[in-house]
Design a protein around this ligand. Sequence first.
Ligand code: SF4
Ligand code: SF4
Length: 446
Amino acid sequence: MASILIVDDELVICKSCKKILERSNHNIDYVLTGQEALKNIKEKEYEIVITDLKMPGIDGMKLLDIVKETFKEVDVIMITGYASIDTAVEAMKLGAFDYIPKPFTPDELRSVTSRALERRRLLKEEREKASRTYVRFEYVMPGDLYYLPEHAWVKLEEDGNVTAGVDDVFQKSVGGIIDVQLPKVGDEVEQGKLCTEMKDSSGRTHKLWSPISGEVIEINHKLTESPSIVNKDPYGAGWVMQVVPSRLDYDLKNLIYGDALVKWWLKREIIEKRDDRYLQVSALDPKFKYEIAKQRGGENIKVCFGCGICTASCPVREIDENYNPRKIIRMALLGMRDVVLKSDFIWLCSTCYTCVERCPQGVRFTEVINAIKNIAVEEGYIHPALRMQAELLEKEGRLYEIGDFDNKKREKLGLPEIHSEKSVIGEIFKISGLKEILEKEAADGV
Ligand code: SF4
Ligand code: SF4
């Protein structure tokens, strides 16, 4: 049971939507204007707002904009006349879950609402998996495709034609697909209009809006025999149709791709509560691995294939689970520059070289970690233990103080006396730049 708000300036539409959805046991309110809708949304928690696109005052697009900005958890479904399909497609790009063209049947309204609720259920389930700590997106969206978000994808083929299919969000929100009604070869499809229908196991029919306009030249017949291919492989074997596009440039502007896709996805799914569990792509530095590779010893970092032999053979790892050479390399390759450089774990390596001996790829991890430490120091991230060692070296000329007692013992053993090497060490500190870094750190009060 969900709380749903209907917004339409036609009272008859509001009343009929209420009647249809109440049969599915949902709590339905309706209002006739965007202003009233905003007041209601502020006062009551709705899961879904179903709004007409064209209304006097605050129209559907404006309402969508405000809801997505202020009440991010609310899903918005647009009701639109066929004349406004372009705007409805644009609304999906701006975050609407889907749209229903007027006139619609009770089943169409129920289907799109059930998909929105199923998607919400899946997201809630994912968010509640508290054990997850690393990068994992709820949905797969390959980066080389164009999307009518939460609905369909388009792939540009080398011959100038395009392949289209349903995206992961659509197939997951539909659930098990048991029947697919494909367009026919020779049909003209139009972006934003119906191209395919898919039936789920409860008998509901879900409409797929074509992400592209043009003539259908091939359809995936396998879907008729085995519709579940769409669930198993939506971007591969589950493709829907091939089209000769008729207005490609225009249609692509309504789809999202590349950076826009990443931004859209981050905004849509990751901003709420879980950002600590995700990699923020915008915070990654893809050049970090090249920076390490330029350092002496860091050259081979890019050939690491993540087998974990270094971690398995590391004696430090055996006593401290937080230390994980394989993970450090993955983080560096992903571009988590700040996290790696500021971390304590890069300073834990005991320089035993066991990992270097065992790495099947010839990655000299001990030297990679030295390269990372060098970059960290240059950036001013110096572990307190290293600073203490440097201070001791500068003061004593060595890490262990040698006093009269030690020299007397040495004398008895016939060993030469040891003198402080302060001046030599001081010179090394100056030439290496460490002196300058330590002084800057002290001046900055670090
Ligand atoms: S053993 Fe080598 S290839 Fe395997 S994870 Fe470690 S560094 Fe990478
Ligand atoms: S060199 Fe460092 S990372 Fe490699 S096995 Fe030894 S302690 Fe572990």
